[in-house]
Write a protein that binds this ligand. Structure first.
Ligand code: ATP
Ligand code: MG
Length: 429
């Protein structure tokens, strides 16, 4: 039979890698608790119309990256390419923004039909935060502060840097767009193909172009900040002041526009030079118009999303993790006759030592091979019962680490109190 493989760009995260993911997820969860944010869990599929309306018809995501299909009843549905649209949809559906200003977080897989490469996959994971009801720059600042704290706690503070910009309001952006198009039209044929196409569809995205020639042309282009409305200017300078006061360094990047239509005022990215061209690990901004655009009452909002694969890549490059210990105690039956006694001993120990990892070696084996497994498990000690121990109703304790390599024998009933003494400190943690 031929073998079936995973879909291109959709990765298995193997047991050797999951400890790193779990550590990252735990850090994120506890950080959110400390800042007073609540978790929301959202469906992985949504109506296609939701993303078209939220993200914008002429964005990269909607034009060419969505996994869209019809379900069995002909409903157009899409595997979510990002979390904001679904989060806003859920808030409206359940009245979460009604007289409340929720601060929410979520994490999970997102799907985009992109060319798979390092740091870019077709199924990837985001951790996202969305906050509603706060129009002031203190909200924008808090999001940036909590991401800065995250890098610090992950040991990545030196690896990433912050870029911020203001897109202004829709009207100021429209004026800028006009000026930009007028300017770029003069150089139409010298622009790269994508940018030529964007000139009519989404000209702001041209600012993002990596093409050398286009970048050179852009050097003489009008600058968005010259078109900003007073309110946006004030908001941005207040934000900068807050960041300065809290000791956050940043670079104002006037070409930072982000790929989604719904942003206004603040946009920001945390970037790294350690991941090649997939350098953005966290991206976000304000989207004060989106709630209304999706049928709700006008509600200011600001959020961000982190690409978890890119963080994991950064963490791995920084400090390759040794294989973590899987067990504290490794329990083995040296004879088939001892299996019942050993399994029930293991359960007694788990009952009395709820935070100690007690691993039972299924399938038995020779003394040598079982001991090799015990050693590999990283356990502090092995418990074993053979014919002799069984006859005496005893258990042998073999120390596996440190200088105490010796073996001792205790009565079965003494096994739990003995281990409780050994692991007391661990249980209190
Ligand atoms: P990029 O410019 O790298 O394509 P984007 O602007 O499309 O990013 P967002 O939609 O803002 O990205 O998503 C937020 C974050 O999610 C990104 O900064 C990145 O870390 C991560 N991300 C986006 N697309 C992918 C992908 N295909 N694979 C892995 N991570 C991704
Ligand atoms: Mg993209």
């Amino acid at each position: 039979m031929s073998r079936l493989n995973a879909i291109r760009g959709m990765n298995d995260i193997l047991p050797e890698a999951t400890p790193r993911w779990q550590q990252l997820e735990n850090t994120l969860r506890s950080l959110m608790q400390r800042y007073g944010y609540s978790e929301i869990r959202l469906p992985v599929v949504e109506p296609t119309a939701l993303f078209k309306r939220a993200i914008g018809e002429v964005t990269d995501i909607v034009e060419k990256e969505m996994y869209s299909f019809e379900d069995r009843s002909g409903e157009p549905i899409t595997l979510r390419p990002e979390g904001t649209a679904g989060c806003v949809r859920a808030c409206l559906e359940h009245g979460l923004t009604h007289n409340q200003s929720p601060k929410l977080w979520y994490t999970g897989p997102m799907f985009r039909y992109e060319r798979p490469q390092k740091g870019r996959y077709r199924q990837f994971h985001q951790f996202g935060v969305e906050t509603f009801g706060q129009a002031g720059p203190d909200m924008d600042a808090e999001l940036i502060l909590l991401t800065a704290r995250l890098w610090q706690e992950l040991g990545l503070a030196e690896s990433v840097s912050l870029e911020i910009n203001s897109l202004g309001e829709l009207e100021s952006r429209a004026q800028f767009r006009k000026a930009l198009v007028t300017y770029l039209e003069q150089f139409r044929t010298q622009l790269d193909d994508d940018s030529q196409r964007r000139l009519t569809t989404n000209p702001l995205r041209i600012l993002d172009s990596k093409d050398r020639g286009t970048q050179d042309i852009l050097k003489g282009a009008p600058v968005l900040s010259d078109f900003l409305d007073e309110d946006s200017k004030q908001h941005f300078s207040d934000l900068c002041q807050l960041l300065d006061a809290c000791g956050i360094s940043y670079r104002v990047n006037s070409n930072l526009v982000r790929g989604l239509d719904y942003y206004n005022k603040t946009v920001f990215e945390w970037v790294t030079t350690d991941l090649g061209s997939q350098g953005t690990v966290c991206a976000g901004g304000r989207y004060d118009g989106l709630v209304e655009q999706l049928g709700g009452q006008a509600t200011p909002a600001v959020g961000f999303a982190i690409g978890l694969e890119r963080l994991v890549l950064l963490l791995e490059a920084l400090k390759p993790e040794p294989a973590p210990a899987m067990a504290d105690v490794f329990v083995m039956a040296m004879t088939p006759a001892a299996v019942t006694t050993v399994m029930s001993l293991a359960e007694t120990l788990r009952q009395g030592l709820p935070t100690t990892r007690i691993v039972y070696n299924c399938g038995g084996g020779s003394f040598k091979s079982q001991l090799r497994k015990a050693d590999k498990s990283g356990a502090q000690l092995a418990l074993l019962i053979g014919d002799d121990e069984l006859a005496q109703q005893q258990v042998s304790i073999k120390w596996l680490r440190g200088d105490q390599q010796e073996q001792q024998c205790v009565d079965l009933a003494q096994a739990l109190p003995t281990l409780q003494l050994v692991f007391k400190r661990g249980d209190e943690l």
